[in-house]
Design a protein. Structure first.
Length: 284
């Protein structure tokens, strides 16, 4: 009875229908955020009335132009945490079935982005081709990784394996995707091959920026703040700073994997090197 209902949100973007899918949440300890003194980070959280235990949304997104249905990221797994793993129920509640997905574009291979890909060793999305950047695949799926590695690597291989066996796993060269009108944008730092995807249609564009931001209160206020999960915090900060600057200038829509549901909005300037989040109006 404590759970929310399966969540989804729809918006039009030119010829596309964009659907935000709620997978659940993860609790992030405020101490995971670094780059500024702990007292500064704690004060920013306090000012926004957030505790040190930060409830953080996990979102995935659908692109549907009437010809193909594209899933961007695939949520977490209930086995990883009981607070996530709701992607499939949200997908079905929004009117889609796993068989409807023709293409899956992954921003990166962390477990909260690949959790729904496979079940019992089989593809959850049997008609889908799966794509990730060359650099990301090289890092996570290298043959040199063995069973003694972190569970992250083992879980990644298990999620990807059914697609490899079916010849439905592919890597992306820089700035390329198999979808006309969708561009891959390199945003390294969080992981070596972390990607964003920009879709343009009509006079509008939307950037799915993956894990560029984990907490908008902290990282919009000060983009230098990073999270322990960033494998290269320096490059993560550079990527975040650039994309925030670009987004506030262009006014394009942003969709974030860890922005509050529905995870879609725009970036506004709030001062020198400081920004604020304008969430989309639910009635749009």
């Amino acid at each position: 009875k404590a759970d929310q209902t399966p969540g989804f949100f729809r918006m039009k973007l030119g010829d596309y229908t964009v659907t935000s899918l709620y997978d659940g949440y993860v609790e992030l300890n405020g101490k995971l955020f670094k780059g500024r003194p702990a007292s500064t980070i704690a004060n920013l959280l306090k000012q926004s009335r957030q505790s040190q235990s930060i409830y953080t949304s996990i979102n995935a997104f659908l692109l549907d132009n009437g010809k193909q249905v594209v899933l961007i990221d695939a949520g977490g797994s209930a086995a990883l945490s009981g607070s996530m793993g709701k992607l499939l129920s949200s997908l079905k509640m929004s009117g889609y079935e796993p068989e409807d997905i023709s293409t899956i574009l992954l921003t990166h291979l962390h477990p909260d982005h690949i959790g729904a890909l496979a079940q019992d060793g089989k593809m959850t999305f049997p008609n889908a081709h799966l794509y990730v950047s060359e650099a990301e695949a090289a890092h996570w799926l290298a043959p040199s990784r063995n069973s003694g590695d972190l569970p992250y690597f083992q879980g990644t291989r298990q999620a990807i394996a059914p697609y490899q066996q079916a010849s439905r796993f592919h890597t992306l060269a820089p700035h390329r995707t198999p979808i006309a009108g969708v561009q891959a944008v390199s945003l390294p730092g969080h992981t070596p091959g972390h990607l964003a995807y920009r879709v343009s249609s009509g006079n509008e564009s939307l950037l799915f920026w993956g894990d560029t931001v984990h907490n908008f209160v902290l990282q919009f206020t000060d983009p230098a703040i990073y999270i322990d999960f960033d494998q290269d915090s320096k490059n993560a900060r550079i990527s975040r700073t650039k994309i925030l600057q670009d987004a506030q200038k262009s006014g394009e829509w942003i969709a974030g994997a860890h922005m509050p549901l529905p995870g879609i909005g725009q970036v506004l300037t709030a001062g020198k090197n400081s920004y604020r989040w304008l969430p989309i109006d639910y009635s749009r």
